[in-house]
Design a protein around this ligand. Sequence first.
Ligand SMILES: [Mg+2]
Length: 163
Amino acid sequence: MRGLILDVDGVLTDGRLYFGPSDELKSFHVRDGHGIALLLRSGFPVGIISGRSGAATERRLSDLGIRDFILGVRDKSSAMDSLLSRWNLQPGEVAAMGDDVTDLILLGRSGLSIAPADSHPAVKRRVDWITRAPGGGGAVREFSDALLFAQKRGSGSGEDHRC
Ligand SMILES: [Mg+2]
């Protein structure tokens, strides 16, 4: 895999939306954030496609240094095309993680489809990999750790990480 596309609600968050008098609040897991930072630092592109937009999401993406994001989209497939052309990659070269049926088009086109443990059953039936962790609870970190571990093993660094 040469890139990662993530949904936000239910993947980077637990899917809950907290409505205050003026703000919409969401909680993001710090360990997912660190996993994304590690991927970006290793030159692995991470992009975001979400059906919702909002200040909370934008603030978190800015916090993580994610520049490739498309928010408030209905057509996730054409949003995927935009990210792929930006990265000069084919659909089969990217992994995608989503939790609901609106992500199925994107997941179906990707080379590796992933769903957090608490995703909608219709999504879990269709993906290549269901993480052990739930959305907003380490699902993204589970993938990033596995990917970086595999890259390290594949690079022949000589270090032995078996346990
Ligand atoms: Mg979602």
